[in-house]
Design a protein around this ligand. Sequence first.
Ligand SMILES: [Zn+2]
Ligand SMILES: [Zn+2]
Length: 237
Amino acid sequence: MMKLTVLGNRGAYPKAGTACSGYLLETQKAKIVLDLGAGTLANLLSVCRLEDVSAIVITHLHWDHFSDMMVLQYALDEKNLTIPVYCPAEPEAHFNLLMGSSHFELHPISEGESVTIGDAALDFSELSHPVKNFGVRVTEGRFVFGYTGDTAKCDALDKFLEPVQTLLCDTTFFDDVESDKHMSVMQALDVAGKNGVRRLIMTHFPADARPQAYLDKARDRFNGRISMTDMMQVIQL
Ligand SMILES: [Zn+2]
Ligand SMILES: [Zn+2]
């Protein structure tokens, strides 16, 4: 049984009272942080001690997914802690910022790689975004959770989604637009439905967006459970 806490759900920059991308995924024996964007560290600290974090996964090195790593290093320094961090090795200038801290045990992600964290098996697939972005699947027993990070619609998504039962998905655009950065609501519904995803959780909303409108649009158009993320929401997966 996994549990997901939404530490932040906005793309690019946050609206007042919200934060950018960040999630805490808990299995029986692991607490895994998925992205740590602007404003999410304080939210993480409100629900989890840093001593208890098993690992941090950064899907890609855009600021709205990893900027709070820069201040996290001060907290780790004060507590004399080191945390395993899985992230792409590029863009190099951004990766080097993480390399600058001795409190991050850095593991550059490679395509198709699998790692075990506690009782969770993680594996990574490169999806489509202007910088290298890895979707992550987390398997515990027979349950498979997937998180896209940021991605446009692409062929790699089909392979990535094949075993995924519950998907936390980039649905940045309310309306359909041609983009090499993100998916729209309808694109996400389409690709998730086609690949047999049973439960779709929409996220990565623009600062000015109203997530409820996304849900209203998507409801009744997906053959499964559909929901959206909300700040500090706890979702039983
Ligand atoms: Zn983003
Ligand atoms: Zn991005």
